[in-house]
Design a protein around this ligand. Structure first.
Ligand code: FES
Length: 652
C-alpha cells in the first residue's frame, strides 16, 4: 500500500504511515504527546491538531490541501454542536492522505509544560497520577455471565491498552447504577502512582465526564499551613491559601510541641487531631475559593519538617526530641485520604516526600526538588530560614544538608519590639551614618517614615513593632552606622554622638520610634535584642560554614534564600550581619516558597517523586550537634559580621 510522511511539531517527530491512518494513531505510534479522554471517539476534543499547508522547506515537504481526509460525520457533528477553532481538526478523526506537517497546540499536549513564574526555574512536565478515560462497555448477556467490573476491565484493555485493573470498594458499590445510567458509556478516573503500577479506579462517571480533577500541594509548616489547589489536567494553580497551624496553641515552636507531647499523655494525639482539622479547614477554604467540589480533589502531596511529618501521621515525635533523633520512617509514603482523615475524594491518595534526616525534613527535600542543587554547575548554598534553618550545599558532584536551630528571633519572637510580619510592622530600615537618625517603612505603606504623607498612610494600622526582615535590616544598619560594634554592644551617647542611644538598665538601647505622645508604642532595640539576633544568625552561618568545610571549600558561587521569609530578606543586610557567607550581591536570589513549589512539582509529575527519592538518598547528612567545628564557627559568627571571616564583596 501507499504511505505518506507525517511530521509533528513542535516535537519534530516524524514517520511514514499507511494512507488512512488516523492522526491520533500516528501520534501514538511516534510517541507524540497528543491528549485524549474519549479514546478516539470524537467526543472529548482533547486531540485537536492544526495541519499546516504549503511548502515547509525546513522539513523538505510540500503539503497539499487534501493531505488530510475530508471531515467525516463524527467530526462534522462535533464541530456543529460544540464548535472548533478555525484551522483545527480532531486528531482521532482526520486521517493521513499525503505528506503532512501537523502542529500539536499546547492545550492538546498530554504532558504539557506547566509555566512557572520564575524565568530561571525549570518547567514542570505534566504527568499526574490521576488520569481520565472514557470507555464503552459491553452490555451483560445471559450467554456470557461475566460481571460488570470484568466487562469494564475488558473494555479498558481493548480501548486503552490497560491490562489489569483494581477498584476501591466505593467504586464497586456505584458501578452498576453508573454503567446503566451512562448507557454503558462511562468515564473512569484511574490512579497510578507509577506508570508500571496496576491502575486503580478511583471514580466512575456516567457518559463522558467533561469536568476535571484536582490535586492539592501542601506545605505544612509549624506556623502556617499553605496549600495550592491544582487542576490535574492543565497543571494550573486555581487557588492558593494558607492558615495558621492550629497546633500553635500547644507551643510556638517545634521543641515546645515535642515537650508538650512528652508532658501530656494525650499530647501527641491532640496535636494530630489539631493538624488534621487544620488541613481539612484549608481544603474547605481552597475549594470554596476556587468554587469547586471538594470531593473532586483526588490527589495530594505534603511536605513538612520531621516533627510535623510525625504528628500528621499520628506518630509520637518523642524520639525526635532527643539524640540520636531517630525518625520512625524517613522514606516517602503513599497513603490514602482515609488514613489521614482528610476530607477529599473518598478514594483520594496522598503522597509524602521523604525526609532527609531527623532534623531535615520533607520540606527540605521539596526545596531540593524545586532548586535542583544536584544539577547545578556552580556551587549553590540554599538556605531556608525559619525557626530551624535547613541548609543545602552542593553541585553536580555532591549535595550536603544540615539544619541549624536559629530559634524564633527571625520571626520577631524574643525581640523586645518584635512581631510577626503584619500591617504596621517595620520591615525596611535605613540609618544615616552621620546623624544616626533612622528612617523606615512599615508593612502596608510604600512611604518612608520621613516622607510627606507617611503619618496619614499608617494612620489605620499605626506603627506596631519590628518584623523579622525589619530586625535584620535594623541591626545591620546599626552596625554600618557605628551604633553597635563588632562584638554586639550598643554604644553610649558619648560614643555614638546621638541621644537616641540611652542607658537602659546596665546596657544601652537605641530609640527607633517614640509614639507615646499619641498613645502609640515606644519602639527600641535593646542590647538583648542584638544578642538574640547574634545567636540566630550565628547558628545559621555556622551551619553553612560547616557544610563548606565538609565540601572542602571556603566560598560558594551563589546563594538561594528559600521560604516565605527568605523572600523578604535584603541580601545586603543579611551579609552585613554575617548571616550568609560572602558572595557578590547579585549572586543572592530568592526562591520564594521553594518547599511549596517542590510539593507542586511532585503533585503534577509522578517522575519527580522518584527523582526526589533518589536525590534524597544521595544527600550527605551532617549533624551539626556532634561536629566539633560547629562551636568554633558559632563563636566566630557571633561577631557582626564575623570575628575571623572576611566579606570582600561588602568591605573592600
Ligand atoms: Fe476525543 Fe478525539 S480523542 S475527540
Amino acid at each position: 500500500g501507499k504511505d505518506a510522511l507525517v511530521i509533528f511539531t513542535p516535537s519534530g517527530k516524524r514517520g511514514r504511515f499507511a494512507l488512512g491512518t488516523p492522526v491520533l494513531s500516528a501520534a501514538r505510534a511516534l510517541g507524540v504527546d497528543l491528549d485524549s479522554v474519549c479514546g478516539g471517539r470524537g467526543i472529548c476534543s482533547k486531540c485537536q491538531i492544526s495541519p499546516g499547508y504549503g511548502s515547509f522547506a525546513k522539513h523538505g515537504v510540500t503539503v497539499d490541501a487534501d493531505a488530510l481526509s475530508d471531515w467525516n460525520a463524527v467530526e462534522e457533528r462535533y464541530k456543529s454542536k460544540r464548535g472548533l477553532i478555525e484551522g483545527r481538526r480532531l486528531g482521532c478523526q482526520a486521517k493521513v492522505q499525503g505528506d503532512v506537517v501537523i502542529d500539536v497546540p499546547p492545550e492538546s499536549q498530554l504532558h504539557k509544560q506547566v509555566i512557572r513564574k520564575r524565568a530561571e526555574a525549570r518547567q514542570i512536565t505534566l504527568d499526574p497520577s490521576v488520569t481520565l478515560h472514557y470507555v464503552e462497555v459491553a452490555e451483560p448477556d445471559m450467554h456470557d455471565p461475566s460481571g460488570d467490573f470484568e466487562r469494564l476491565t475488558a473494555a479498558l484493555r481493548d480501548q486503552w491498552q490497560i491490562g489489569q485493573l483494581r477498584a476501591d470498594l466505593s467504586v464497586l458499590t456505584t458501578l452498576q447504577p453508573v454503567l446503566r445510567k451512562g448507557g454503558w458509556k462511562v468515564t473512569v478516573a484511574l490512579h497510578r502512582a507509577e506508570e508500571s503500577d496496576i491502575p486503580r479506579i478511583m471514580h466512575i462517571w456516567p457518559g463522558l465526564y467533561e469536568g476535571t480533577v484536582y490535586g492539592m500541594a501542601v506545605d505544612l509548616g509549624s506556623t502556617t499551613i499553605a496549600g495550592h489547589l491544582c487542576d490535574l489536567r492543565t497543571g494550573e494553580v486555581l487557588a492558593s491559601s494558607g492558615l495558621m497551624n492550629p497546633q500553635i496553641r500547644f507551643g510556638e515552636d517545634l521543641m515546645s510541641r515535642v515537650s508538650y507531647s512528652m508532658m501530656n499523655p494525650t499530647g501527641a494525639a491532640d496535636m494530630t487531631t489539631a493538624v488534621r482539622a487544620g488541613m481539612n479547614a484549608l481544603f474547605t477554604q481552597v475549594a470554596a475559593e476556587a468554587e469547586i467540589d471538594i470531593g473532586l480533589i483526588m490527589d495530594a502531596v505534603f511536605v513538612c519538617n520531621p516533627v510535623m511529618h510525625h504528628l500528621l501521621l499520628g506518630i509520637d515525635p518523642f524520639e525526635l526530641g532527643q539524640a540520636p533523633f531517630a525518625l520512625a520512617t524517613s522514606g516517602s509514603l503513599h497513603l490514602t485520604a482515609h488514613d489521614l482523615e482528610l476530607q477529599m475524594h473518598p478514594s483520594a491518595r496522598v503522597y509524602l516526600l521523604p525526609c532527609i534526616a531527623g532534623h531535615v525534613g520533607a520540606d527540605a527535600a521539596a526545596v531540593a526538588l524545586s532548586e535542583a542543587p544536584e544539577k547545578s554547575e556552580d556551587l549553590v548554598l540554599i538556605v531556608d530560614v525559619g525557626t530551624n534553618a535547613e541548609i543545602l550545599l552542593g553541585n553536580r558532584e555532591k549535595v550536603l544538608a544540615c539544619s541549624s536551630p536559629t530559634g524564633p528571633a527571625f520571626e520577631g519572637a524574643q525581640i523586645s519590639s518584635g512581631q510577626r510580619a503584619a500591617p504596621g510592622a517595620i520591615e525596611r530600615v535605613e540609618i544615616d551614618p552621620a546623624t544616626k537618625e533612622p528612617r523606615f517603612k512599615v508593612i502596608g505603606s510604600d512611604l518612608w517614615s520621613d516622607e510627606p504623607g507617611f503619618d496619614e498612610a499608617v494612620a489605620s494600622t499605626g506603627i506596631t513593632g519590628i518584623c523579622g526582615s525589619g530586625i535584620i535590616e535594623m541591626v545591620a544598619e546599626m552596625r554600618i552606622a557605628g551604633i553597635v560594634d563588632g562584638p554586639g554592644l550598643i554604644g553610649s551617647p558619648a560614643q555614638t554622638g546621638t541621644t537616641r542611644c540611652f542607658l537602659d538598665g546596665r546596657t544601652h538601647s537605641y530609640m527607633v520610634w517614640d509614639g507615646s505622645a499619641t498613645g502609640g508604642p515606644v519602639i527600641t532595640v535593646t542590647n538583648r535584642d542584638i544578642r538574640e539576633i547574634q545567636m540566630a544568625k550565628a547558628a545559621l552561618y555556622s551551619g553553612a560554614r560547616l557544610l563548606m568545610d565538609k565540601f572542602g571549600v571556603d566560598h560558594v558561587d551563589r546563594i538561594v534564600l528559600a521560604g516565605a521569609f527568605g523572600a523578604h530578606i535584603s541580601p545586603k543586610h543579611a551579609m552585613v550581619l554575617g548571616m550568609i557567607p560572602d558572595v557578590p550581591l547579585d549572586k543572592v536570589t530568592s526562591a520564594g516558597n521553594a518547599a511549596g513549589t517542590g510539593a507542586r512539582i511532585a503533585l503534577l509529575n509522578r517522575g519527580a517523586r522518584a527523582e526526589v527519592e533518589k536525590t534524597v538518598a544521595q544527600i550527605h547528612k551532617i549533624e551539626t550537634a556532634i561536629e566539633p567545628r560547629f562551636q568554633e564557627h558559632f563563636v566566630n559568627a557571633s561577631n557582626i559580621p564575623n570575628a575571623v571571616e572576611g566579606f570582600p564583596h561588602l568591605f573592600k
